[in-house]
Design a protein around this ligand. Structure first.
Ligand SMILES: *Cc1c(COP(=O)(O)O)cnc(C)c1O
Length: 418
């Protein structure tokens, strides 16, 4: 598509890749193609476009997929998808109207009644609900594991359930929200190889939302599919809900096929907003990561803070080994246990002056929230204990403000506690 792709870094290509100004009156930016359908030049052209879109014949070498109807394709989505592939080195990408729609579409496409899904805990609340409450209604077996499990304990569990030849997918979220616990992707790949058969490969799907497209590249560590809530780092301005899935041409053809029939693709306006966001993705994430490091260091030394959960300060040796192997940055999520309980955590949150009290993450503004009563309120109490989601845990998503102002705010709010 563009030979610069072969030697330039993604951040250099986010303003131009995949867009031809001559097709849009010379406009330097891709316009918003706010249109539901596209005019064919001739009936023969319309026929040719449909043949490719419906898989009735293979696309020729030089042929591009013709524009037909905005549920199937639209320039704002296609260009965005092409740009997103660059960060993860993926062959293809599909953009959705939310992270949840990307996740649910992948689960529905690759799982059938009788199959088993192995998934990591804790996962995003919406994902956990879909897996446990909805997939199970369709006869899909679900088995969970967490960062304290080894390949042996996982195999034992699957074997005990009599599902060794039924595992169709391993679904992983790493680092886990809100405590940054890591799951070993290499271990997942080796488990998938053991479950897979000649006829069917067991797929590894990774929700990479917490690291964004910059700090972890799951395809390099054996994953087959990457999922994003593009609402978070990719959108990055708390003004749009969207999702994405990336992988090989072969798998993405299936994902896009399912998307066509569920009709949950993103619209052109969302595509345009995300293209605008991608131009500053690396600049934003770099500042967020730098600021988060300063915040974690400040919290670590504060007498009212009991424990800090931050990827730049991992103490456990096994977790540190996984981090060194599969992560390329420390992220911008910092959680901490404040001395006391829910009362002290709430006092802290209620006294913040710059940071906003809101869920979500990865945006330009810093956000703070209370996982036990907000994002993770649906997690059963005994699991909350198991995953360190305690009543005194506070989660921070660090933004692009000046780090001194963020630390000033955290410090003054901590002073009001107790
Ligand atoms: C927010 C989030 C989702 C869901 O994404 P939406 O865009 O809100 O649908 C899924 N996974 C993770 C890790 C998230 O943080």
């Amino acid at each position: 598509m563009d030979e610069k792709k072969n030697f330039m870094q993604p951040e250099s290509l986010m303003m131009s890749y995949g867009y031809k100004p001559e097709l849009s009156e010379g406009a330097i930016k891709c316009p918003i193609f706010q249109t539901s359908t596209f005019v064919f030049k001739t009936a023969e052209e319309g026929k040719a476009f449909f043949e490719v879109a419906y898989g009735l014949r293979e696309k020729q070498e030089s042929e591009e997929l013709g524009l037909i109807y905005s549920r199937l394709n639209n320039p704002d989505l296609e260009i965005l998808e092409n740009r997103l592939t660059l960060w993860d080195g993926a062959e293809d990408c599909a953009v959705f109207e939310s992270g949840m729609s990307a996740i649910t579409t992948v689960l529905m496409e690759f799982l059938s009644p009788g199959d088993a899904l192995l998934y990591s805990q804790p996962v995003y609340g919406g994902t956990s609900h879909f897996i446990e409450q909805i997939l199970t209604r369709f006869g899909i077996h679900v088995i969970d594991f967490d960062s304290t499990d080894t390949a042996e304990t996982i195999l034992q569990r699957v074997e005990a359930a009599g599902l060794m030849d039924k595992v169709a997918m391993i679904y992983v979220e790493t680092p886990a929200n809100p405590t940054n616990a890591l799951i070993d992707l290499k271990m997942c790949k080796s488990l998938a190889d053991q479950f897979g058969t000649e006829e069917r490969k067991t797929l590894v799907a990774v929700d990479n939302t917490y690291m964004g497209p910059l700090w972890q590249h799951p395809l390099r560590h054996g994953a087959d599919l990457i999922l994003y809530s593009a609402t978070k780092y990719i959108g990055g301005h708390s003004d749009v809900i969207a999702g994405a899935c990336l992988g090989s041409n072969e798998l993405m053809a299936r994902v896009k096929g399912m998307r066509t029939f569920l009709g949950n693709m993103a619209g052109p306006w969302t595509g345009w907003l995300l293209m605008r966001s991608l131009e500053t993705l690396k600049a934003r994430m770099n500042i967020q990561e730098f600021n988060a490091g300063k915040v974690a260091e400040f919290l670590q030394n504060h007498p009212k803070v009991e424990k800090v959960y931050y990827l730049g300060m991992i103490e456990d040796q096994e977790q540190k080994r996984i981090f060194d192997e599969q992560c390329e940055g420390n992220g911008a999520m910092v959680s901490f246990d404040i001395n006391g309980g829910e009362k002290e955590a709430f006092q802290f949150l209620n006294n913040l002056k710059l940071m906003k009290l809101a869920v979500s993450l990865g945006s330009t503004e810093s956000l703070a929230e209370h996982p036990a009563s907000m994002t993770h309120a649906g997690v059963p109490p005994e699991d909350r204990v198991k995953y360190n989601i305690s009543p005194n845990l506070v989660r921070l998503s660090i933004g692009v403000e000046n780090e001194k102002d963020i630390i000033w705010d955290i410090n003054q709010a901590l002073e009001k506690v107790g």
